[in-house]
Design a protein around this ligand. Structure first.
Ligand code: TYD
Length: 208
């Protein structure tokens, strides 16, 4: 990806790790500092993406693993080309819930697909676009499950996966963070929302 005037931050973590809360807090803080922020997410950050989101999260029955990986990659390709890159070109801050690390962790954790291949697929889809910072909210899947249960919402296809699947997702995320320490900030998602927000701000400040 070519040099860009904006700043691109992605949030990653298991279901129930508190990404939405942190995205809201960070958006408010950046807004108070007078920065233009685009809040977006995958899957579903564009109109085409909404249609893809509906398939990957709500289709009844199985989707072949390679088809699922391609659907996420298709969503990502369109999202980066039509939402993320234009905002970065305008010099704005893109604050995004989930990106290619989600694909490596989730699609790779099913054990059928190779994580490196899944990553290469996404990099092809986005012409190699990588965020400036990726915040990983790390949480024990059993603790996340308690949070999701208390939220009282029906589970989507991936949330309904078994605990050992989510344990593999967590391990994959931690391995990704270890491989790219300069891109990742790993925070303990069991800490208070306020203290997590402080850690994120400290890492974001010098990037502004
Ligand atoms: P979403 O409702 O956005 O949940 P969350 O609040 O946890 O982000 O659902 C996104 C789901 O899609 C989540 O279970 C992870 C999954 N997912 C993948 O499996 N691969 C991907 O590439 C992405 C972006 C998401």
């Amino acid at each position: 990806m070519t040099a860009r005037p904006g700043l691109w931050i992605t949030l990653e973590g298991g279901d129930g790790s508190g990404k939405t809360t942190q995205a809201e807090l960070l958006e408010a803080w950046l807004g108070d500092a007078g920065r233009a922020v685009v809040r977006t997410r995958e899957p579903g950050g564009s109109e085409v993406g909404q249609l893809i989101r509906d398939i990957v999260l709500h289709h009844r029955g199985d989707i072949a693993p390679r088809a699922e990986a391609l659907l996420y990659a298709a969503d990502r390709a369109h999202h980066v080309a039509t939402v993320v890159q234009p905002a970065l070109d305008r010099g704005e801050i893109v604050l995004q819930d989930r990106y290619l690390d989600s694909s490596v962790a989730y699609q790779g954790a099913g054990r059928v697909l190779d994580g490196a291949e899944v990553r290469d697929l996404s990099l092809w889809a986005t012409e190699g676009a990588l965020p400036d910072l990726t915040v990983l909210l790390d949480l024990d899947p059993a603790a996340a499950r308690v949070r999701l249960d208390s939220a009282d919402k029906p589970f989507d296809r991936l949330e309904a996966e078994k605990l050992d699947f989510h344990t593999r997702v967590r391990e994959a995320y931690l391995a990704l963070a270890e491989a790219e320490p300069e891109r990742f900030l790993v925070v303990d998602a069991a800490a208070s929302a306020r203290s997590i927000a402080d850690l994120i701000r400290a890492r974001v400040s010098p990037l502004l």
